[in-house]
Write a protein that binds this ligand. Sequence first.
Ligand SMILES: [Zn+2]
Ligand SMILES: [Zn+2]
Length: 341
Amino acid sequence: MKAVQLVEVGQPVQMREVEVPAVSGKDVLVRVRAAGICHSDVHYRAGTSPVLVPLTLGHEVAGVVEQVGPQVTGVRVGDRVGVHYLVTCGQCHYCNVGSEQFCVEGQMIGKHRDGGYAEYVAVPERSVVPLPHEIPFEHGAVMMCSSATSFHALRKSRLRAGERIAVFGVGGLGMSAVQLAQAFGALEVYAVDINPDKLKLAEKLGAIPVDASAGDPVAEILRLTAGAGVDVAVELIGLPAVSRQAVQSLAVFGRAVLVGLTDQLLEVDPYREVLCKEAEIIGVSDHLAAEIPLLLEYARRGLLDLSDVVTRTVPLDARAINEVLDDLEQFGGGGRTVIVP
Ligand SMILES: [Zn+2]
Ligand SMILES: [Zn+2]
């Protein structure tokens, strides 16, 4: 089969001819119908997030079951599925308590093992989720990463009906967060960004735009909430200055949820910004397999729609994929691009 692989870190990905993965036991072979190109893939290609090569990239996958191992009982050949990107053991403490993103043997497809930039991908039955017919493969693929992580972040935030939320950074994750927050019953959703196109789209999706390039977004959120602040602030960018703004925009009992990755220190004023308000700072790591069917149900009902987010498809072609990765590397590209083999 054809697979687009990272053969040398720091170099363009390459088209290679490889064996179709053999399935045994509880494995499922999925014919890839859509594979999202993610900003994480840029980090793997560049070496800023280390991986072992050669590696078929692609952790945002949707497709059709092509073949099942002899011990597979829950899915059948021909089923439409989304692929949860974590392959977990199902045996360890974390798997047993339903927090399998901390599985001691956990592997991410497209990072620790071959992923979906290929005609087929093999994963354990545990990692596939039925994909409702109402959801296109291209949308289903992207939901397996950014939407699922936003969904988990909102659940971690304990956002309740009637609360106010600010979403800092309305890129791929943020557009899902804006829609899902409304589905969760948020009274007001503030979308904070510096990109006018993203702000416009977030507004179309129901958010109140806050242009961080026009002034201090914390002051603007406080103005818009009559000085109260927001109950939940989600940071999706990974910049300490923005995390700080998320904390500063909180109301009494507010929760700041940190999703964006950074290795830089976050400065907070413990008394004024946390203790005084009984505020919380909550970390978010990936998402849970158990959340994906629920997320897909929100999407099936139209409460999450990626039509304006997934804006482009490319074939399974190394040159086209490298161009998309180049675009992402320079923070260009706008919407999300999905490979359709
Ligand atoms: Zn991703
Ligand atoms: Zn485990």
